[in-house]
Design a protein around this ligand. Structure first.
Ligand code: MN
Length: 497
């Protein structure tokens, strides 16, 4: 999904004052750190060692080379010693990519017996990191600061997470969304300013008449359609539930043609996300259900009822989490029904049809069932139950003068009992800190019913992405209180006027 083989540059700061012998140690130390990080198998992307930065000219040149190098997704800076930070101003002013200040130190434990001034001079990131941090803060440059010893697996995990965020920042500007219908009539929260979204996030959102994409579906050959239906039948459980086998297969075949036709359209026109609307289906035989579910699994973003903001967020979150070891999945989602029984509180999540099977736990079945909306034949859809565990649900809203990203940490669970009459894929979660506070906070923040949902990203990563985009982000988490959240929203309103 991430086409480019991204790399991150490791730039170590120092100065000439320490003499050549010390500078040789600085370079050796940073080489060892880069080698060990690359060999840790905990980082999703390679780190490239760069010669120690000691002068204004070299800092400026290196950071500009990082800007120019398409494969460079960000720079990791480390102040091994004291690096007078005025030397960084010009380079930082011109630098445009994600920046990590890795506040680490080569040496882990103070060698009490042998420590002398020479040792201190060679292990003084506590000193140098503050000088550098001061200037980055004074310049108002958005960056991540990670503090801790470079050999610590927890620290390496944080660097890995930041790398994914950085790739999200880099790739955001390449996201292109195809809308094959406008916004659902009278719905507010799925609307938004597409020009502002392109300025802020780089997203390109284009509309097409639904029959243009339907033409691609009609051009799918019977042989292609048949082959994909056979793939479905060998991959999924066929849940006839009393329907005629031939009729069932014909309904499934309609979705197969939609999957092939839609994907051909998206590839040909270079789109990474798609938006549909049950009220605007043109000559399509069914509301795209199974077809959209399969496209989401392949990495496409999706939003229903014209919701291009969520479609782009689903794509972004799939990009950020791509390559995760043992991924648990990322999907479009919708808040549907509460369980308010004491001790069992939660929100049942689903959509009419379009939930991504990447989040499925266990077997996936195909059902063909009537749909009250859309006025087309009964659509085929994939049905399953989502995994358990911690996850994030995200809503991007347009407040008129600005965007706000709302992130709720949630705990996914199994429903107490099966739901045999519900013909859609579902998840069930309890929002943090609890259902009532989570839902009240979400509503006070103006969050939508549609979300982009992932097990494979953290609130910290999404907050960092929002910070890099220069938009407001609100996280509803274990420590959230209504009073605190209301104050945060008030303060944010002053900051993001
Ligand atoms: Mn919806």
């Amino acid at each position: 999904m991430v086409n480019k083989k991204y790399k991150f540059w490791f730039c170590t700061g120092s100065q000439e004052l320490y003499g050549e012998e010390c500078l040789a140690h600085v370079a050796e130390h940073s080489r060892i750190i880069v080698e060990e990080l690359n060999q840790s198998n905990r980082l999703p992307f390679e780190i490239v060692w760069k010669p120690t930065l000691i002068t204004n000219e070299l800092i400026r040149r290196t950071l500009n080379e990082a800007n120019m190098d398409e494969a460079c997704a960000g720079v990791i800076t480390w102040m091994h010693t004291f690096s007078p930070a005025k030397s960084w101003i010009l380079g930082l002013q011109e630098y445009r990519k994600p920046l990590l200040h890795f506040h680490t130190q080569f040496n882990q434990e103070i060698p009490y017996e042998s420590i002398d001034m020479e040792f201190m001079n060679e292990n003084q990131s506590a000193h140098g990191g503050r000088e550098y941090g001061h200037v980055v803060s004074r310049m108002g440059i958005e960056r991540k600061v990670i503090m801790g010893h470079w050999s610590d697996p927890k620290i390496q995990k944080r660097i890995a997470d930041w790398m994914r965020t950085a790739v999200g920042i880099m790739e955001s500007s390449h996201i292109r969304v195809a809308r094959v219908a406008d916004n659902m009539r009278n719905v507010a929260v799925t609307e938004g300013d597409k020009v502002e979204a392109q300025i802020k996030f780089g997203w390109e959102v284009d509309a097409y008449p639904v029959n243009e994409i339907a033409g691609y579906v009609e051009s799918v050959t019977p042989a292609e359609q048949k082959a994909l239906v056979e793939e479905y039948y060998s991959t999924y459980d066929i849940l006839l539930e009393g329907r005629d086998e031939q009729e069932f297969r014909r309904h499934v075949a309609v979705q197969a043609a939609i999957e092939i036709g839609f994907e051909r359209f998206l590839k040909e026109k270079n789109y990474h996300a798609i938006v549909t609307h049950f009220g605007d289906l043109g000559s399509l035989g069914q509301l795209p259900g199974l077809a959209i579910q399969r496209l989401m699994e392949k990495g496409y973003g999706f939003g229903a009822e014209g919701d291009w903001k969520t479609a782009a967020m689903v794509r972004l979150m799939k990009l950020m989490s791509s390559g995760t070891e043992n991924p648990k999945g990322t999907s479009f989602m919708e808040d549907y029904t509460y369980n308010l029984a004491a001790g069992k509180e939660g929100i049942l999540q689903a959509h009419m049809l379009e939930v991504c099977p990447s989040i499925a736990d266990g077997s996936i079945g195909i059902k063909v069932c009537p749909l009250t909306m859309g006025e087309r034949e009964d659509p085929a859809r994939l049905v399953f139950i989502a995994k358990t565990g911690p996850a994030v649900a995200v809503s991007l809203i347009d407040l008129g003068s600005r965007f706000r990203l709302i992130i709720n940490e949630v705990e996914c669970k199994k429903t107490e009992k099966p739901m045999p009459k519900l013909p859609v894929a579902t998840a069930f979660w309890t929002p943090k800190p609890d259902l009532a506070t989570g839902a009240e906070s979400w509503i006070l923040a103006g969050g939508a019913h549609h979300t982009a949902f992932s097990y494979d990203l953290t609130a910290e990563q999404l907050m960092d992405w929002a910070d890099a985009m220069g938009i407001e982000a609100v996280c509803i988490h274990d420590g959230t209180t209504i009073r605190g959240l209301k104050n945060e929203l008030r303060w944010n309103a002053a900051v993001y006027r």
